[in-house]
Design a protein around this ligand. Structure first.
Ligand code: SAM
Length: 171
């Protein structure tokens, strides 16, 4: 199963387009799913792009479109540093009624933040000196630990049942 682009996907796209001017930045998208965000960025002139996803089918699909895509559990197969890392993570708290396949793309652990916290722990080793993370989060996600990152709210969108935000995080 591959995540269908949704409000969170579009908010992250709009935010990168609004906030990032330099097209030559080295950008990693963690958890690219359908590849919508990478294609969006490519179409707007960003050319130094790489994607990582734990889903092998998603990786195969994106490679077929000519993108640099790596099968990776967070940073397990990612080497080097990036100027920008974008992540629309699985951020919902565990729901016992959700099946396994769909929970891999939407559920971030018991509180919704476990994958995000693992990601944040590793991501600092993959940022260039002025590197930044653009992280999508939801008001439904509990327990995010930003540690020693500086945090800045870039954009938000209120939906019927949740509020989405994009945070900029940097060390
Ligand atoms: C909410 S979807 C976002 C998909 C796409 N970026 C978008 O915005 O439409 C989360 C994505 O993270 C991927 N993912 C989940 N756990 C992961 C992990 N441990 N490492 C890498 N990717 C993961 C899922 O396969 C899924 O594609």
């Amino acid at each position: 199963m591959i995540y269908e682009p949704s409000d969170d996907t579009y908010l992250l796209c709009e935010t990168v387009e609004k906030k990032i001017e330099r097209k030559n930045l080295k950008i990693l998208e963690m958890g690219f799913g359908s590849g919508y965000i990478l294609e969006f960025l490519h179409n707007r002139g960003f050319k130094n792009l790489i994607g990582a996803d734990i889903n092998g089918v998603a990786v195969k699909n994106l490679k077929k479109k000519g993108f640099n895509a790596v099968k990776s559990n967070l940073f397990s197969n990612i080497y080097g540093k990036f100027d920008l890392i974008v992540f629309n993570p699985p951020y919902l708290p565990h729901d016992k009624d959700e099946d396994n396949e769909s929970s891999i793309i939407t559920t971030g652990g018991k509180h919704g933040s476990e994958i995000i916290n693992r990601f944040l722990g590793d991501a600092k080793n993959h940022l260039t000196e002025k590197g930044k993370i653009f992280l999508l989060i939801s008001s439904l996600t509990k327990g995010i630990d930003c540690g020693d990152y500086n945090k800045n709210l870039l954009s938000e969108k209120k939906l019927f049942f949740e509020k989405l935000e994009v945070w900029e995080l940097a060390i």
